[in-house]
Design a protein around this ligand. Sequence first.
Ligand code: IMP
Length: 432
Amino acid sequence: MVSIIVSGGQWGDEGKAKITDLLSEYADYIVRYQGGANAGHTVSIDNNVYKFHLIPSGILFPNKLCIIGPGTVIEPKILLKELREFTGVVPDIHNVYISGLAHVTMPWHVYIDQASDTVGSTGKGIGPTYTDKAKRTGIKIIDLLDPDILRAKLSVIIPKQNETLQKLHESTTQFELDSVLDEYLDYGEQLRPFVRDTVTELYNANRQRKNILYEGAQGTLLDITFGTYPYVTSSTPISGGACIGAGVGPTTIGHALGVFKSFITRVGHGPFPSELDCDGDLAAQLRQDHTQWAEYGTTTGRMRRVGWFDAVLARYAVKINTYTSIALTKLDTLDQFEKIYICTKYKHKETGEQIHEIPYVDGDYLSMYEPVLTEVDGWQSSTFGVTSWDALPQNAQNYVRLLENMLETPVSIISTGPNRTDSIIRKDVFSC
Ligand code: IMP
């Protein structure tokens, strides 16, 4: 039995969904531990494309319990829509278990997020939901199951939220207790069959030595504490966040798998040292413009900013997450480049001082540096769909080995295409 945490090592969109889907086959439980409908996970199987926001993609397999954990925030309308969409498509939709402790994204959270955003948020109300959780004025999923508790909470919360909205939002959007109460009690009734004590479920699963896969959303550099603050999300995507967000102890975890794309992308505002000019040919090539797999956000449709692999930030991510191994995705995206670049050092914009390691990945601090790039030879042949290490061109093997050396961490999985089968498994992560 091994419990594995899969988390993103960059600014999200590393291809975690493909990796969790690949590993879900060997897991008994798949657990989402933070974030909300700001995430978008795309999985391709036999050329069918499935898009998830809240439900773990493990639901595509039979007999896997998929938990939306206590550390997540849930927008009931989005979750109910997703549950409806996948009913009859997946083997058993009732294998989705929702923690009663998860906080609820209420409609005012979305308004406030959209009216006051300064970081390029997804506009899904994530920041305001976590803010209210920390202010002790949030609503939990279990509250939606109890009319008295929900009425008591809403009667205090709604007047305050209306006041905030009046100040923030120039429109006259206001909420009325009885209609919000009726609407959210109805959502509660629809969600009731899925709501569980997921903490006891996972405790028992651990005692029975089940395989558990913890799935992070977003990525290390968007972590509220360790990311490029303030240009971050409001939760804890790093591997350490899995225990807090799922409600399990650290002694139960066996492997932390970090997912890194072979280059790097970000959406939203904030510093990005190895960023390429978004209008240039290189960016368009890395972004795979005009293909089905172009780098545009699953949740917002926004064009992603792209850049070369940043080994300084990746080393930082390895440190913060203490990754056991790495899954390297989208290797095939680099197939056509004659020369590939890796950001191996940073140079201070004023003093010229060069550094290999960055102590603070804070937004302002990171803005003081520019990238120092190292050039490596490309392989200029197709690796698309390659399934064995030996079949990779020599220069592609060299690229992977170079990253392993720089990150002092083995690459256990390489993804060479969008489909589940387009993968090179170098190490069985569930048995190590
Ligand atoms: P929020 O999570 O919607 O509050 O957005 C905060 C920051 O995180 C913004 O820069 C978003 O673009 C970014 N972000 C949130 N979710 C994702 C994701 O799933 N992938 C990539 N970036 C994300």
